[in-house]
Write a protein that binds this ligand. Structure first.
Ligand code: ADP
Ligand code: ZN
Length: 796
């Protein structure tokens, strides 16, 4: 509720005023954790007696606090005497906030004397953490993220420090006993019973603090004597937080590093040169599928680990399979894996291990970029082009940009690996900002598979409603008959993606989203893939009441049925998020395919990447048009990437491989270039188009999304905000274009109407300036919510 209100009013009831805040703090923030001096706010100390010197005479101590609120400010609070010696940046505190002085939790980001001692400051009420949750580097990184992605520092900190770490999940307080400092003196003056003497003797001889049960057992007594000794001050209790469990990890047999081929060795050398320079540099490792990029990451990591440093490897969540993890565990004894299915106590346990420097390699999805490694030596992002590296809730950061910033701060290399770089990364490398390292060949010089484009517009089978055309079917037969395996890719799950009314021509939509329902025949449910709304079979049209709904289109379930009907004698396995619900089912399925127990593997994105099975000699892209027809400026790029990635699943053994791409746009440049494995040709042409269209990477975009329950209010609010932004841009002469507002492509989602507008500029700075300058006069309205997405990857 709070967040909702706050999201709509930018100038809301906090005190004191944000702009004064930054000035109101001594510029050189002192007493930063670990005793390091850190200049958080920049600038030189002005000459002459400054207000803070007077404050120092008064001996006041203040803390800068940020809250998990959209208002992106830091607030100054006084630190009351009892907390002076305890407060450190990176701890959470509770403090009265706003007019009502409601207690809010915030992060302390700096400590020092206040500049403006004359102002009445509120005081911190409580410190919540004994140790800082965020080291100084993480504070600085999260501040940068707030600025970069137009959200508040507090929102970022709240997100990057896992809840499990804040709550210290999986730990408990353990009490142990030891002789007090006064014990020797007291023992000379007090008369102790023989039992009490024995207790003291046991404790002294133990040489370490003992738990009460250990002590009573060793001394052969009950708790009575111990309690008395504590009351007399001879024994003191220590309270420590201990992990209540140790994680059991799968034992993985160690594997030797591979002998690199010439291309790989050359690439590794270039990365090593950057590592040795001890400076920041981003390296774009552009290597075709199967060129052995992972082996290069591993050997580059080996280098930094040998200096006692750690490495972070980010992979798309979908690639965090047991195979991937084993690949790293077989090379490095101490690997931490961070993914979304960890229990809170596992997550906390790993976090602690990492921050103590006990982990060599952190492998994880997007948020692992925040892993608290004490001495980071290298960051690797595998499959750099994957959109899941962008977070789709606030803070809407892109892990690649955060990694870049972190690498810059820590003066280390960042390696971006992919067969299909994003045009953003390609452009940077092309301009010489980043270092381009290419691996144009597959390991052991296996050729990339030939790709056949199949025009399905005149295919007799497809015209009759089948999804597998004649050419693909024949190729499958040939492959299967000689014992090869087949992968079929289709990025629509369910049975039929459209329920269509013959009478009125409408499709059946989700009652709360502007999305057609998908029929899932296995569960006999019609499901919205956005909000998970579901209902039973639909026979009459909700629009016109006619009975005559047809179930059109093909999802993976219908494809599976077609495959089973056509290839009765062969074993088929479907992999999508419906069939792979159970934990571990992914691993089991791939193991079965790898062992040759399955002939045809069909599925969604889940099977498009990473799989490395030499016996797969045919890959079919069932419908390349589904990606091409997306209303998105990156539709071509995604189509190219997907075909290239899927094609990468074959031709990995000496039996070679072929790819069939079915489409009704056989002349589309993205499809043609992908079929020729011509990334460079694709990138060059696409960049030219992007330049003409004033699209990224030539322009920086931010998308502002408005949501609300009542359509007219959302539309009106969006218009007002757009007008205000235009006005501020004009007044301040900021070169930012404001486009829209318009209804979002998905105009209704989870019952909320959606509008959006787009800001574009040739650089980030004017865009940031506009947003910050516009914040104060932003039209206030509680009937809609507003979010801003910088560098959006989704336009829906
Ligand atoms: P990419 O990530 O570039 O698609 P991988 O790293 O998955 O490629 O490598 C493809 C396959 O080649 C893997 O099975 C890997 O073990 C193998 N491989 C990589 N480098 C070598 C090498 N130098 N010698 C032999 N096999 C290698
Ligand atoms: Zn829905």
């Amino acid at each position: 509720m709070l967040a909702r209100i706050a999201a709509t009013c930018f100038n809301w009831a906090g005190s004191p005023h944000p702009r004064l805040e930054q000035a109101g703090f001594r510029r050189k923030a002192v007493a930063v954790a670990r005793g390091r001096q850190q200049n958080l706010f920049g600038g030189d100390d002005p000459a002459g007696p400054a207000p803070w010197e007077l404050a120092e005479q008064q001996d006041l101590l203040a803390a800068q606090i940020v809250f998990n609120l959209p208002a992106g400010d830091t607030w100054t609070y006084l630190v009351p005497d009892p907390l002076r010696d305890l407060i450190q940046p990176g701890q959470r505190v509770r403090a009265p906030f706003g007019r009502g002085n409601r207690m809010e939790t915030g992060f302390c980001v700096a400590v020092g004397p206040p500049e403006d001692y004359s102002r009445r400051l509120k005081s911190i009420a409580e410190i919540l953490d004994r140790e800082p949750l965020a080291p100084p580097e993480m504070l600085e990184l999260s501040r940068w993220i707030g600025e970069r992605y137009l959200c508040s520092w507090g929102q970022v900190l709240n997100n990057v420090i896992p809840a499990a770490v804040r709550k210290q999940a999986g730990t408990r307080v353990v009490q142990s006993l030891q002789p007090s400092a006064e014990a020797p003196l007291l023992m000379q003056h007090l008369k102790l019973t023989p039992l009490q003497q024995r207790v003291m003797q046991v404790l002294e001889q133990a040489g370490r603090p003992l738990r009460i049960d250990e002590l009573t057992e060793a001394a052969g007594c009950g708790t009575g004597p111990v309690t008395l000794l504590r009351q007399k001050g001879l024994i003191e209790a220590l309270r420590e937080r201990k992990s209540s469990h140790d994680l059991e990890q799968e034992e993985v047999a160690a594997v030797e590093d591979l002998q690199l081929n010439e291309d790989q060795a050359g690439a590794l050398q270039q990365i090593q040169a950057v590592i040795e320079s001890r400076a920041y540099r981003t390296i774009l490792l552009h290597g075709v599928t199967g060129s052995g990029k992972t082996e290069i990451y591993i050997q580059a990591i080996r280098e930094v680990v040998s200096y006692g440093r750690q490495a972070i490897v980010l992979v798309p969540e979908i690639s965090l399979t047991p195979q991937t993890i084993r690949r790293f565990r077989s090379r490095f004894p101490r690997v931490a894996v961070l993914h979304s299915h960890l229990s809170p106590s596992e997550r906390h346990w790993y976090w602690q291990q990492i921050s103590r420097g006990e982990v060599q390699v952190v492998v994880g999805a997007r948020s692992a970029v925040f892993a608290p490694t004490p001495h980071l030596g290298l960051i690797v992002i595998d499959e750099e082009h994957e959109t899941t590296f962008k977070q789709d809730t606030t803070p809407r950061y892109h892990a690649r940009e955060v990694a870049r910033r972190r690498a810059e701060m820590e003066q280390i290399p960042l390696v971006l690996g992919t067969a299909t770089p994003t045009l953003e990364s390609w452009w940077r490398a092309d301009q010489g900002e980043d270092l381009l390292v290419s691996l144009p060949r597959r390991v052991s010089s296996l050729p990339l598979p030939p790709v056949v484009i199949v025009d399905i517009r005149n295919d007799p089978q497809c015209s009759r409603g089948a999804s597998i055309g004649r050419a693909l079917e024949n190729a499958m037969r040939t492959t299967l008959n000689v014992g090869g395996q087949v992968i079929l890719f289709l990025n629509l799950r369910g049975f039929a993606p459209t329920l269509w009314c013959r009478a009125c021509g409408e499709s059946v939509r989700c009652p709360s989203c502007d999305i057609t329902l998908t029929w899932h025949r296995d569960r006999q449910r019609s499901i919205c893939h956005f909000c998970d709304y579901e209902t039973g079979a639909i026979t009459t049209c909700p629009s016109c009441g006619n009975a005559g709904i047809r179930y059109l289109g093909t999802g993976t379930q219908r494809l599976e049925e077609e495959v089973k009907a056509k290839f009765g004698g062969f074993r088929c396995l479907r992999m999508d998020s419906d069939s792979m619900r159970k934990p571990g089912s992914h691993d089991t399925a791939l193991a079965a395919f790898g062992a040759g127990e399955v002939d045809i593997l069909l599925g969604t994105q889940m099977i498009a990447k990473g799989l490395d099975f030499p016996n797969v000699t045919l890959v079919g892209v069932v419908d390349a048009d589904t990606m091409l027809s997306q209303p998105d400026l990156r539709a071509s790029e995604r189509t190219f990437q997907l075909i290239a990635q899927v094609a990468g699943r074959t031709g990995r053994g000496d039996r070679g491989g072929r790819v069939f791409v079915q489409t009704s746009s056989p002349a589309d440049p993205a499809i043609l270039r992908a079929a020729e494995h011509d990334y460079l040709g694709f990138a060059t042409a696409e960049l030219r188009q992007r330049k003409e269209a004033e699209a990224p990477p030539f322009q920086v975009l931010a998308r502002v999304i408005f949501r609300g329950e009542l359509e007219p209010q959302v539309r009106e609010g969006a218009k007002q905000v757009a007008g205000h932004l235009r006005q501020v841009a004009e007044e301040q002469k900021l070169a930012v274009r404001v486009l829209g507002p318009a209804p979002a492509p998905v105009a209704r989602l989870r019952g909320m109407f959606r509008y959006h507008l787009q800001l574009s500029a040739s650089e980030l700075a004017p865009l940031q300036q506009l947003w910050n300058a516009a914040a104060s006069g932003m039209p206030e309205n509680s009937t809609f919510e507003l979010t801003v997405d910088v560098d959006p990857v989704s336009m829906r």
